[in-house]
Design a protein around this ligand. Structure first.
Ligand SMILES: [Zn+2]
Length: 99
């Protein structure tokens, strides 16, 4: 986010030019972030007793939630290093792909 008027003008001009070069830039960027977040979430996931994928719970260090049986349990430490927005994007991708 721009902190002063000049920065705002430069940022806005940059976005206008970028969108002219590639109108899909923002959608592609959102997709890249979601893919990155999904890969991080899956990398720290465990296999639940039911064989479902147990994914790390955001905002916790040791909690997991099974995407199949919804069991929540504590196990090995995970360190996602994702923002809430990134985590949600990755989580949505996992949910959509498991449908
Ligand atoms: Zn389970």
């Amino acid at each position: 986010m721009a902190s002063n008027p000049l920065e705002f003008i430069v940022e806005t001009a940059f976005k206008v030019i970028r969108n002219k070069i590639n109108p899909n830039y923002e959608a592609e960027q959102a997709r890249r972030i979601a893919e990155y977040a999904k890969n991080r979430i899956v990398a720290f996931s465990l296999t639940c007793n039911c064989q479902g994928l147990a994914i790390p719970v955001y905002g916790t260090t040791h909690n997991y939630l099974c995407s199949k049986c919804n069991r929540r349990f504590a196990n090995a430490k995970h360190s996602l290093n994702l923002t809430a927005e990134e985590y949600n994007a990755g989580y949505q991708l996992i949910r959509n792909e498991s449908k």
